[in-house]
Design a protein around this ligand. Structure first.
Ligand SMILES: NC(=O)c1ccc[n+]([C@@H]2O[C@H](COP(=O)([O-])OP(=O)(O)OC[C@H]3O[C@@H](n4cnc5c(N)ncnc54)[C@H](O)[C@@H]3O)[C@@H](O)[C@H]2O)c1
Length: 265
């Protein structure tokens, strides 16, 4: 499809109200900035209000609409209170907020397991639980995109809790897609390999303080393409999935991983 055709189909499509969880940093920030010019209103949700405000300000400065919202997406009641009362009802939900942890089963504490479940798994249930009835109202329909990972479908060493959580993201995606296809709601996920964001920098400094640059090089090489991804590359894929050319896609997982899953096996 030519650029001209793509622009035409955007002109004919209705801009949507979009929720991006974890929109204050990394991939979520890149998604907010990328979608702002195409969509009507971006709700930048984060547990770190300053970061959410920073991203919303960048969008507002370009004369697009964004609102920062402080919310812990693992808190069921708080999610319902806030998402049920947004001034513009959401048509697109991007479940991006996530946390990581390193360790095999034996050195994963119960507290870490519960934390990753709450932020990476339960948050998707919480946000979709709030938003699906809004999308079903008046047969409006909608779209949900979840941030999964290569860890959803292959074993990544020393990522026991993280893999548990991202496996659930993939299966929740397929389950939501199947249950709501007749309500006009589509659901897909994207599965990045390593993407250079604060998420990666934070765990390198937390777990590999003295040799974080060696680990950075090692993690880069684990993608057969030889580098980490950029947040903007994931955001471009998400933009496509939110756009008018992607309306036939549901229940699908999109790896974006420099060949990590397919070429390493
Ligand atoms: N960076 C990678 O290599 C990579 C690879 C595969 C998948 N992912 C996934 O992509 C998503 C984004 O990762 P990133 O690298 O941009 O991370 P990041 O750490 O840069 O950003 C995550 C954002 O989520 C927010 N957040 C964390 N807990 C929250 C909560 N309880 N409520 C609301 N907001 C919360 C953080 O404040 C932060 O702004 C995550 O789901 C992650 O698992 C990342």
């Amino acid at each position: 499809m030519s650029n001209e055709h793509i622009e035409k189909s955007y002109e004919n499509s209705t801009p949507e109200n979009v929720i991006v969880t974890g929109g204050g940093s990394g991939i979520g920030e890149a998604i907010c900035l990328r979608l702002a010019s195409r969509q009507r209103h971006i709700y930048v949700i984060d547990i770190d209000l300053n970061q959410a405000k920073r991203v919303a300000t960048l969008i507002n400065q370009q004369n697009f609409m964004a609102t920062p919202i402080l919310l812990d997406v693992s808190d069921h009641r708080a999610v319902l209170d806030i998402l049920n009362n947004l001034p513009n009802p959401p048509n697109i939900l991007i479940n991006n907020a996530g946390v990581s942890a390193i360790g095999n089963l034996e050195n994963t504490t119960e507290e870490t397991l519960d934390h990753l479940y709450s932020v990476n798994v339960k948050s998707i249930y919480n946000c979709a639980y709030a938003v699906i009835p809004i999308m079903r109202r008046d047969s409006r329909g909608g779209l949900i995109i979840n941030l999964a990972s290569v860890a959803s479908s292959v074993g990544v060493s020393e990522r026991f809790a993280y893999s548990m959580s991202k496996g659930a993201v993939l299966s929740m995606t397929m389950s939501i897609a199947k249950d709501y296809v007749n309500s006009g709601i589509r659901c897909n996920c994207v599965s990045p390999g390593r993407v250079h964001t604060p998420f990666v920098d934070n765990y390198l400094s937390k777990y590999y303080d003295d040799k974080s640059s060696e680990m950075f090089a090692e993690l880069s090489k684990s993608q057969p393409i030889g580098r980490m991804g950029q947040p903007e590359e994931v955001a471009a894929l998400v933009e496509y999935l939110c756009g008018p050319q992607a309306t036939f896609i549901t229940g699908s997982n999109f790896p974006i991983d420099g060949g990590f899953v397919t070429l390493n096996s």
